[in-house]
Write a protein that binds this ligand. Structure first.
Ligand SMILES: [Zn+2]
Length: 651
């Protein structure tokens, strides 16, 4: 469906980047920008910045940058229209929906179709549970029996898929509403049997699985009868919109609480999540079925560095708690473990005890993971010296994955006490492991590793050598155009009567005219494109603002604009270059003048060098004269520029 251009502009203008990004990344204010850990690459210290004034984000670590729509496209893997629709919804902007043409429907992406059918199914399951006799008597009754109240059932969109004679109540309903058999099978709501398509979840209560943004990406269905042949839980197969290893059940409902409380409680099942929410503990998610993945850990890490694992008190639960924790530690996060009394899981525990009792229990019993593991393994080993040795190696292995050296030292101290072993012995063991790891990472062979050496950083010069002359100077001018293009400065020039006249011009016009007057042209393609846009806009009398470039349909322009607008402009940096201003002038004008000067001076200098080179090899006198003339012209241009820009350069 096409969104009218005016609506697109309206949406982008209404969107506040800090609010859009803030849904996914915990941001802290520092200076005029907000900072957080980049969601696109793994990092320990925030290099991901959000600039509310410019309405853009930029990561100084991995370079991703852009406006609100770009962020959603990168982060949620939305298409551009999907991102706009998301923003429109968020900011209550009505998109004029018109009937889709057959062609548009064809073009609708598979992903969009999948989201649509899931939404349709979600509504159907909820509606069936509340508004049919079977739904109320079987589905709703089941949740009620387990002690779930309406608010939680409604919040999580719990539902019911009826158990009709041919197991096809939902499938038929979907087909009647125009959904294709192919899509139904693809998304896994229906299964192809001998007699045709039937409901995957017939006779099950339904748990929709939501993405971070609250869209239904899959379902879990729980069986209600005792049937050994059928699994207790049926889950959606993976699809274009459902990637199990990237999904945490409940994250949409928990993310704000996780960020606010700076802690994420990790449980195993759907009901554990529901129960905790019902008793008011909302920073809870479940890995549901799969063992914890690195992607899930990073999902949590966007909101907090603290994970508390809440597991059943039985042996299986404790075993599950041990799994995956090294991965969390390796991400530089803090892990704590709470083990429930043996007869309980989080669901039953929350049912039997008051909310206050549960939260106190969590507070009092949360144990640092390294300590938890040490105590647990020690209990197993008792007085068996061989097992004890294994425990020590096991613990040291765990400590070795922690990226922060200070934490490692703290843990060595603690374990030395718990294991009743000298600290130095543990440290030696740890260093042995660390060296082995380091070797492996470097891909080196051999046994001897001497001092740790830092790899030589790539020389800046190497990079600069490959860049065309004036690369940075061009960028600087483009940056000034983008940042201050619409602002006005006073231009002074000498008129026909040899009198100095002052006039107000836009920065864009000032820069563009100045470059054109001396016949300078940007060499970089994107810079040139931006220059041309300004050039034409000046003629048309309407200078575009920064948003126009940041949200430009030309990807390369949008990216460069976001890049350049992200870093603040240091208005005083010209002093560093030994440039001194003759008169008191406003900073902006001075900066523009010095930038123009540096750019032109450099280009001219390059050209002069070329000419001198050519002169050396020019045998022909005529050639030599031409070259000498060119050189003289250049010097003259330089002198004029010098004079006009009113700057003295220290050389
Ligand atoms: Zn990044």
């Amino acid at each position: 469906m096409a969104i009218p251009k005016e609506t697109v502009e309206q949406i982008l203008q209404a969107s506040h980047i800090e609010e859009v990004v803030g849904e996914f990344v915990t941001l802290k204010k520092r200076g005029s920008n907000l900072w957080g850990n980049c969601p696109f690459h793994n990092e320990k210290t925030p290099s991901f910045s959000v600039n509310p004034a410019r309405n853009i984000f930029k990561c100084f670590g991995c370079g991703k940058a852009g406006d609100s729509a770009k962020f959603l496209m990168e982060h949620e893997h939305y298409t551009y229209p999907e991102a706009l629709r998301y923003l429109a919804k968020k900011y209550n902007i009505k998109i004029e929906e018109r009937e889709q043409t057959a062609e548009e429907i064809m073009l609708q992406t598979v992903r969009e179709k999948m989201f649509n059918i899931n939404e349709f199914a979600d509504k159907y399951f909820v509606d069936t549970m509340w508004n049919t006799e079977e739904g109320r008597n079987i589905g709703l009754e089941y949740f009620r029996e387990r002690g779930y109240l309406n608010p939680i059932i409604e919040k999580f969109h719990l539902g019911y898929n009826p158990d009709s004679t041919h197991w096809d109540a939902f499938t038929e309903h979907a087909k009647k509403n125009g959904y294709s058999e192919e899509l139904l099978e693809q998304i896994g709501l229906s299964i192809k049997g001998q007699k045709g398509l039937y409901d995957r979840y017939h006779g099950r209560v339904m748990f929709p699985i939501h993405s971070l943004t609250g869209r239904v990406i899959g379902f879990g269905g729980r069986i209600l009868v005792n049937d050994k042949k059928s699994p207790k839980y049926q889950n959606s197969p993976e699809s274009e919109i459902y990637d199990k290893k990237q999904t945490l059940y409940g994250i949409y409902f928990a993310k704000n609480a996780i960020a606010k409380q700076d802690e994420c409680i990790l449980v195993e099942g759907y009901f554990d999540v529901l129960r905790m929410h019902q008793i008011g503990i909302e920073n809870v998610v479940a890995s549901s079925g799969t063992s914890l993945t690195i992607e899930q850990i990073r999902l949590v890490k966007r909101y907090t560095k603290n994970i508390t694992m809440l597991y059943d008190g039985d042996a299986a639960g404790i075993h599950a708690a041990l799994r995956g924790t090294d991965m969390i530690l390796a991400e530089g996060m803090n892990v704590r473990v709470v083990v429930l009394p043996p007869e309980h899981d989080p669901d039953t525990f929350g049912k039997d005890y008051s909310a206050e009792y549960v939260s106190n229990y969590l507070k009092e019993n949360a144990k640092d993971f390294v300590r938890f593991k040490t105590e647990l393994l020690l209990k197993d080993a008792e007085n068996d010296p061989i097992k004890r040795g294994q425990v020590i190696r096991d613990i040291v292995e765990t400590i070795s994955v922690i990226p922060d050296n200070i934490f490692r030292i703290t843990y060595v101290k603690e374990c030395s006490r718990l294991l009743d072993m000298p600290e130095q012995a543990l440290t030696n063991e740890l260093n042995k492991l660390l060296r082995a790891k380091y070797r492996k990472e470097l891909g080196q062979e051999g046994d001897v590793v001497t001092e740790t050496t830092t790899p030589q950083p790539k020389q800046e010069d190497d990079i600069e050598d490959q860049l065309p002359a004036g690369y940075y100077q061009e960028r600087e001018l483009v940056k000034l155009l983008l940042m201050y293009g619409k602002e006005t400065i006073v231009d002074q020039r000498i008129d026909e009567n040899n009198e100095t006249v002052y006039e107000q011009v836009s920065v864009a016009q000032f820069i563009v005219d100045d470059l054109k007057m001396d016949g300078f042209q940007f060499t970089n393609v994107v810079n040139k494109k931006i220059f041309d846009i300004f050039d034409q806009a000046i003629d048309a009398g309407q200078i575009p603002d920064d948003q126009f470039f940041v949200s430009n349909e030309d990807e390369t322009i949008a990216q460069l604009a976001a890049d350049l607008l992200s870093s603040p402009y240091k208005l005083d940096q010209w002093e560093k270059y030994g440039i001194f201003v003759k008169r008191e002038e406003n900073m902006l004008r001075t900066t523009i003048l010095s930038s123009l000067f540096r750019y032109k001076d450099l280009i001219i200098e390059e050209r002069r060098k070329d000419i001198e080179e050519e002169l050396k090899s020019a045998d022909d006198l005529a050639d030599q004269l031409i070259l000498l003339k060119q050189k003289k012209d250049l010097d003259e241009i330089r002198r004029q520029i010098n004079e006009r820009l009113g700057i003295v350069i220290a050389r």
